[in-house]
Ligand binder design. Structure first.
Ligand code: FAD
Length: 474
């Protein structure tokens, strides 16, 4: 059983971290006790902001001796309430925001070692100055930290070519629940010493260790990119296009996103200074991006492939961005969908994955199932078709009080979505994680064998349940 820190424990933590690293001031803590979506509100006995891995280890040792639970937090941009403590006020919030140094950029090895609290956008800027790129980006890049990205195994728009965070992590340093520092930062290509702690910590959502630094793989900065906005009939056509482009283009194909017309319309309605790339409207759009070293090589493959797809009637129209600014404009349309959809009214959002080939079936069939069970309910999907991952929003019928409808039917509608996903062999969380939001539905719907293994790993590494209780697994 964990318990609230006693006054002497709080005094010891304050003495350890000094005024910059310790606060119990409710006003200073308030912004960090609510999640990014404003869905969860928690309380904490104190907010700790250690500056080094050694300080984190000392904090954990002190808390472990006193059975005090810790909630790690990076940029607080997570989507599932993973970094928000419960309402008891017994836990301490451990923020990594003072751990914000880039330790080494190794140009020859194409790696960077960064503290857990380094913000993704700052990392992008720092490595770019060395002609390198960290090939993972997402809408929350101005807040999301390396520790948070590792701990949620974040995805984004370049997974098609570079994989999720797990694939980009070459090494990890973390403090384990007994207060010891695990130094796994060395970027070993081969390491067969049994269970891979590095992989266990990726996606553990702060339940197994507090990541203090990571060694990350880099790639050369983009020399040239080509971004195409394509009008087409359906996700089936988009998947056929992907299947043609993938072998023809190979490693240069970095992104393949799909956007239904209703989402583009919402963006154009709500987001200032946006315009449709094509003059005519189409039921669906694909946003395709290639990145490489040589403009001619990219053009010599992309243009003929798209021309062939047009001739075959697979796509209706296409425009290729003339310059980086136009590319950014295309991406802004895609990246603004969540904001535009929020402006359209309340909806329940699902971040799901199924095998890529089954995604068109899911996108077509799930709205039918929802409408049958909840007459008038609407659903839309957009996102990373190339990864078999879409953001699937369920909206209330148009003529009802949306918030009341979601309060009454939201949970049942989500269950229907998740059951369908599992029928198709998919996952109820493609990239956002489980946190507190999906904890119970995961326990209910996931395989008993997998859940037992997850619980066993947690109990083995954190038998007292000190790290991020109530998240991921109950
Ligand atoms: P937090 O929100 O602070 O924490 C997230 C989880 O990680 C919590 O469980 C927390 O306890 C744990 N944690 C944080 N730091 C540590 C640490 N050092 N050690 C151990 N555990 C830790 N995500 C995607 O995957 N793909 C997207 O495309 C995407 N788009 C987004 C767009 C927007 C506009 C926003 C706001 C968010 C988006 N996200 C996306 C979600 C979010 O940015 C990611 O989940 C990100 O990885 C969270 O990082 P963070 O530093 O903010 O972590």
């Amino acid at each position: 059983m964990t318990r609230a820190p006693s006054v002497p424990t709080l005094d010891a933590l304050a003495a350890l971290l000094g005024p910059k690293g310790f606060t119990i001031d409710p006003d200073q803590m308030a912004p960090w006790l609510t999640d990014w979506r404003g869905k969860y509100r928690g309380a904490a006995a104190a907010m700790l902001s250690p500056a080094t891995a050694e300080e984190v280890a000392a904090v954990v040792q002190l808390c472990a001796e006193q059975d005090v639970a810790l909630v790690p937090q990076g940029g607080n941009s997570g989507m599932v309430g993973g970094a928000t403590p419960d309402t008891s006020g017994d836990m301490v919030l451990l923020s990594t925001r003072r751990m914000n140094h880039i330790r080494v950029i190794d140009e020859a090895a194409q790696t960077v070692v960064a503290d857990a609290g380094v913000i993704l956008e700052h990392l992008h800027e720092a490595v770019l100055r060395h002609g390198l790129r960290f090939p993972l980006t997402l809408g929350g890049k101005g807040s999301a930290t390396i520790g948070g990205l590792v701990s949620t195994n974040a995805g984004g728009t370049q997974v098609l070519r570079h994989g999720t965070m797990r694939a980009l992590v070459a090494g990890i340093e973390a403090v384990l629940p007994d207060g010891r520092i695990f130094d796994g930062l060395a970027p070993l290509k081969k390491d067969n010493r049994g269970y891979d702690l590095r992989h266990l910590l990726c996606g553990a959502e702060g339940t197994l260790g507090i990541v203090t630094a990571a060694c990350l793989h880099l790639v050369p900065a983009v020399a040239v990119r080509r971004t195409a906005w394509i009008g087409l009939e359906s996700p089936v056509a988009a998947l056929q296009l992907l299947r043609r482009l993938d072998p023809a283009i190979g490693r240069e194909l970095e992104g393949f996103e799909i956007v239904p017309r209703s989402c583009l319309d919402a963006v154009l309605r709500h987001i200032p200074q946006t315009r449709a790339p094509l003059t005519k409207t189409y039921p669906w759009y694909a946003l395709v991006e290639l990145a490489g070293e040589d403009a001619e090589a990219l053009d010599s493959v992309l243009q003929p492939e798209l021309a062939r797809a047009l001739d075959a009637g697979l796509i209706y129209d296409v425009v290729i961005a003339k310059n980086d600014r136009e590319s950014e404009d295309f991406w802004r349309l895609r990246d603004s969908i969540s904001e535009a959809e929020r402006a359209e009214g309340p909806a329940i959002q699902h971040d799901i994955s199924v095998p890529v080939d089954r995604m068109p079936d899911f996108i077509a069939e799930n709205p039918r199932r929802l409408a049958k069970a909840f007459p008038g309910a609407r659903a839309l999907s957009f996102g990373h078709l190339g990864d078999g991952n879409v953001h699937h929003h369920v909206q209330p019928p148009v003529d009802v009080d949306g918030k009341a409808w979601l309060a009454a039917h939201g949970e049942a509608a989500s269950r229907l979505v998740y059951i369908h996903v599992i029928e198709l062999g998919g996952s109820i969380s493609a990239e956002h994680g489980i946190g507190q939001m999906k904890r119970d539905i995961l326990a209910e719907l996931d395989s008993p064998a997998r859940m037992a293994a997850l619980r066993g790993i947690k109990a083995g590494l954190d038998p007292a349940g000190l790290f991020n209780p109530g998240k991921l697994i109950a």
